[in-house]
Design a protein around this ligand. Structure first.
Ligand code: ADP
Length: 670
């Protein structure tokens, strides 16, 4: 239903209600007063007629009575008139037949008279209190009723006219009011249809006009916003397309495809930022790729090296192991998880018996984990391998463990030591033979003398006894010389144990003196009295001493001096440890050779005489005993200084750990 129709209907309804109310009130008022007047006239007529006929009734003058009644009913208003005696007998009557035929029924008011359109009224004919009869009459109500109906008709006509006018004016008003609404609706439809540029016609200054202006403003704002949105949308679509291009680039970079150019790096917006970030990403990926290739190369290189390498992260988890490590430790790695730790590796090694048996697994593992950084250490690996291991902490990475299989090297070294010892013994053979000749000569002389005495029969028992004692002493001396040679000639066994430096020094000095004696070289040994226990292989250590003394002898010989002196000074339990210094009068080491002396195969001796291995093996032996050897020139010759850490001897009650657990010891069977 349109707003205009609603307006018209609303006004018409109001009008109808008002008119109905007015007509009702009007009709009620008009009908009421006309009925009252008619009823009062009926009563007045009855009273007038009662007076007029009272005499005729009292005198029972029926003719007068009939004439009076006839005159009275001739008026149009009276429908009938009847006079009755007090007993109810009709004395005279006149009027319309139909009205007279109906039995009399008094109407109490005008409303009860409406059924027969006449007012029925009776009145006693009384004179001085005496009732002589009754008057009954009917007064027609048709005229009054017609009057009321007429008034109603006029009222309805006026009402219809009024409503028509209201409808016309309402239509006009509705049209005027709804025109603006119509424009608003059309405008709204246009906007809904997407025409945001539409502006509606504004007329007047009323609320609708204001609404229309607001509508136009709204449409303008919407149009502006739409333009902005459209621009933004276009911009976004363009950016989306560029982003897709960059995403493609990123995908290519991530897919390791070579990207020549990243577009839009010059743009000064988000796309430019993203493009520049893509370039950074590309460079980072290139760097990562290069690093990966470098890492791959390093891994390949590490895999090529014979040395075993394992790198453990800061949390102890393995980061890398090379092929040599994998191959050597495959039995352990087969049962360990991929992310094993150094601790789990050691535990598994102990469980499988790959490491030497130890009493306390936990403290052994702790010692391995906390061992001195960068210090080479030999570890025995079952069944018969010796590994020289170095453990280093690398900042930012963790622990780098390297291990070198030195089994063959150690074997070679021992063979060299053995050869060197035999060579030394060979060199000593002359001196030793001379030394042995002396007791043998004494024994020969004594035995010859004894035989002579016996042959002459002059063999007194005392004489024979003294000779035999002498022979026994000389035999003992020879036996000692042979024993020393046997001790020096025996093979190293690869087992470290505590020994007293003093014994070694004395034994070596005794043996060396026998030879040096023939070359006019004296050997002086000065050492303190207290025990000087070290840990190592005594036989090998003595070979070091002998080698140093032999070198000193060679230097003295080479200097051309007719005699010389080798002095050994040993000071035990100093701040540094046990210190042994071997000085000679051989003129010293040329300065330019000082730092080359311990290199393998460095020799200044003639071919066939020197191997250049003596000092390098000595260096390794002392290092394996956790000690150090160095050389300086002092006074008339060279001075070799050996420093060894003190150890407790079993005799001293020291609670020594198994030898295999000791750091830095050549813990193997030769
Ligand atoms: P080799 O004795 O077979 O040459 P070494 O390793 O024992 O091998 O010694 C290396 C070199 O050191 C010798 O050739 C010698 O030149 C030098 N050298 C060793 N000891 C002395 C010393 N006491 N005085 C001077 N030079 C020495």
């Amino acid at each position: 239903m349109s707003f205009r129709l609603k307006t018209i209907l609303g006004i018409a309804l109001i009008e109808l209600t008002v008119m109905a109310l007015l007509i009702g009130i009007n009709q009620f008022a008009l009908g009421g007063s006309a009925a009252t007047q008619l009823y009062q006239r009926a009563e007045a007529t009855a009273r007038v007629f009662a007076n007029a006929v009272s005499d005729a009734v009292i005198s029972t003058d029926l003719a007068t009575l009939d004439a009076t009644i006839a005159t009275a009913v001739s008026s149009e208003e009276l429908t009938y008139l009847r006079v009755k005696s007090p007993s109810g007998a009709v004395l005279s009557q006149g009027g319309e037949e139909a009205a007279l035929a109906v039995p009399f029924q008094r109407d109490a008011d005008f409303d009860s008279a409406r059924s027969d359109h006449q007012i029925d009224i009776d009145l006693p004919i009384a004179v001085n209190g005496t009732t002589y009869g009754y008057i009954e009459l009917g007064l027609s109500a048709l005229a009054v009723e017609e009057e009321i109906a007429q008034a109603l008709r006029w009222n309805v006509i006026v009402a219809i006219l009024g409503m028509s006018l209201v409808a016309v004016f309402g239509y006009g008003l509705g049209t005027m009011l709804t025109r603006q609404l119509h424009w608003l609706r059309e405008g709204a439809r246009a906007i809904a249809g997407g025409n945001l540029g539409c502006q509606i016609h504004v007329r007047g200054r009323d609320e609708l006009a204001d609404t229309a202006r607001c509508f136009n403003n709204m449409a303008r704002t919407l149009a502006h916003d739409r333009r902005v949105l459209q621009n933004q949308q276009d911009e976004l679509l363009e950016k989306k397309a560029r982003v897709e291009v960059l995403v493609g680039c990123l995908r290519d970079i991530a897919g390791k495809r070579e990207i020549i150019e990243v577009p839009d790096t010059e743009r000064q917006d988000e796309i430019g930022d993203m493009a520049r970030a893509t370039v950074v990403f590309r460079e980072a990926m290139r760097a990562i790729e290069l690093a990966r290739l470098e890492q791959q190369r390093l891994i390949t290189a590490f895999d090529q090296v014979e040395e075993q390498v394992a790198i453990f992260g800061i949390d102890g988890t393995v980061l890398f192991v090379n092929a040599a490590f994998r191959s050597f430790n495959h039995a352990l790695l087969d049962v360990l998880p991929d992310d094993f730790t150094l601790r789990s590796f050691l535990e598994e090694g102990l469980d499988q018996g790959a490491f030497p048996a130890v009493k306390d697994h936990e403290s052994w593992i702790e010692e391995q984990l906390t061992r001195e950084q960068g210090t080479p250490r030999e570890i025995r690996r079952a069944p018969d391998r010796i590994l020289l291991t170095v453990q280093s902490q690398v900042e930012g990475i963790g622990t780098v463990l390297s291990a070198k299989d030195v089994t063959d090297l150690r074997h070679s070294e021992h063979q060299l030591i053995q050869a060197s010892k035999l060579a030394t013994l060979g060199e000593m053979a002359t001196g030793i033979a001379h030394e042995l000749n002396q007791p043998l000569g004494v024994i020969r002389m004594a035995s010859t003398n004894c035989v002579k005495r016996i042959d002459k029969g002059k063999a007194e028992l005392d004489y024979l006894r003294s000779k035999l004692v002498r022979m026994g002493e000389q035999t003992e001396r020879a036996s000692q010389i042979i024993n020393h040679m046997r001790v020096f000639g025996r093979k190293a066994e690869g087992v470290s144990e505590p020994f007293d430096l003093r014994t070694s020094l004395e034994e070596m000095a005794t043996l060396a003196r026998t030879q040096l004696h023939t070359q006019d070289i004296s050997l002086r040994l000065a050492m303190s009295d207290e025990p000087a226990v070290v840990l190592g292989e005594k036989v090998i250590f003595e070979q070091v001493l002998l080698n140093l003394v032999s070198n000193a002898r060679d230097a003295i010989e080479a200097s051309g001096a007719s005699e010389g002196m080798i002095s050994i000074a040993a000071e035990f339990a100093t701040e540094d440890g046990h210190v042994i210094e071997i000085r000679d009068t051989g003129g010293g080491v040329p300065e330019e050779f000082l730092d080359k002396l311990f290199e393998p195969f460095f020799t200044t001796k003639d071919p066939g005489k020197g191997t250049g291995l003596g000092l390098s093996i000595s260096f390794g032996t002392i290092r394996d005993m956790s000690g150090a050897i160095s050389v300086t020139n002092e006074g008339p010759g060279a001075c070799f200084r050996i420093v060894l850490p003190a150890a407790h001897s079993e005799a001293e009650g020291g609670d020594e750990a198994p030898l295999s657990e000791r750091p830095g010891l050549p813990n193997f069977a030769a």
